[in-house]
Write a protein of this length. Structure first.
Length: 325
């Protein structure tokens, strides 16, 4: 089969297509014939060896796929041969024609949801849902600021926050087109965060009160300046650092506003299969009834994985980026 391998850290050109053997299922595992592989910003960070957890070389990128189950390992009960599933890969290897993963990390895709849509609901959808429900514990009526609201996670955060009863959703983006995407999904206020006075505009939109919750994956200067528009007792949750800038914050600066700075990472939820399955069911049911719209941005052939990474890192993409084997 064809699979992308990274032999050395660096730019997108380090994503190399190779011929390798099709994997086999071990105990409790399934093999999936991949119909679509998800591309995530964390993939680019891993390629540059900038992840929180260091990566050993060589490695196989990609940690989410959707496709058809072709082999069952011993003891698998929740999945059947021929099922269409979407799955997370704890050991990565998703940029490939076949992938292997523990069966508890997969969910059967409903008939009316495509493989690509299921991917848009997986890493991004699970992150958005758990970020709001379990991380932020969003309360009805709270004002929420969502940075990079036209991205894969952002587009779902806007919708799920609205469903959970957010009082006002303020969305930021880097251009008019991206802000239009956020508006179409239910954002109440739109602000371009490349403009120097964006934080003041957030305060103006709240009548000077500030926002109750900020969700940020940009990091750097955007994260630091966000505290100036956070209401007293407000919470800022960092779930990424797309800018690659310094995210250093002096703890003392949190005192006057009784502000809370919190981190969120999806990996720790992998050991909570019941919560993961509950989240899958919520996302699938909302999408199936049209209450949750997924945004597939760009699709690329597997051989063009490097180009997918280039466009992602140059902020030329919106919504979910997908590789097709």
């Amino acid at each position: 089969m064809k699979q992308i391998i990274v032999n050395e850290f660096g730019g997108p050109e380090k994503l190399i297509l190779h011929d390798v053997l099709v994997p086999s299922a071990g105990d409790g595992q399934i093999v999936i014939k991949v119909e679509a592989s998800g591309v995530n910003f964390a993939d680019g960070m891993q390629r540059q060896n900038k992840n929180v957890v260091p990566t050993s070389l060589p490695y196989l990128p990609g940690y989410e796929v959707a496709g058809i189950v072709t082999e069952l390992g011993k003891g698998v009960e929740n999945i059947s041969l021929g099922d269409r599933v979407v799955a997370l890969l704890p050991n990565s290897g998703g940029y490939a024609q076949y992938a292997v993963t523990p069966s508890y990390m997969a969910a059967v895709i409903p008939p009316n949801i495509s493989a690509q849509e299921s991917l848009a609901l997986q890493v991004q959808g699970i992150t958005a849902y758990l970020l709001l429900k379990d991380g932020a514990k969003l309360q009805s009526g709270q004002t929420v600021l969502i940075h990079a609201a036209a991205g894969g996670v952002g587009t779902l955060l806007v919708q799920i926050a609205k469903q959970m009863g957010a009082g006002k959703i303020i969305a930021t983006g880097s251009n008019v087109e991206k802000l239009a995407v956020a508006k179409s999904l239910g954002a109440d206020e739109l602000i371009n965060y490349t403009e120097s006075d964006w934080a003041q505009k957030v305060n103006d939109a709240t009548g000077g009160k500030g926002v109750d919750l900020i969700l940020d994956a940009t990091g750097g200067e955007i994260l630091r300046n966000s505290f100036s528009c956070l209401a007293p007792f407000g919470r800022l949750i960092s779930y990424g650092n797309a800018s690659g800038g310094s995210t250093s914050i002096e703890a003392f600066t949190l005192i006057n506003g009784n502000h809370i700075l919190q981190g969120f990472g999806l990996a720790n939820y992998f050991v909570k299969p019941d919560l993961m399955q509950e989240t899958y069911q919520y996302l699938f049911s909302q999408a199936a009834t049209g209450k949750l719209k997924v945004h597939i941005g760009q699709t690329f052939p597997l051989k063009d994985a490097a180009e997918a990474h280039r466009q992602m890192e140059n902020r030329k993409t919106t919504g979910k980026i997908v590789l097709i084997p």
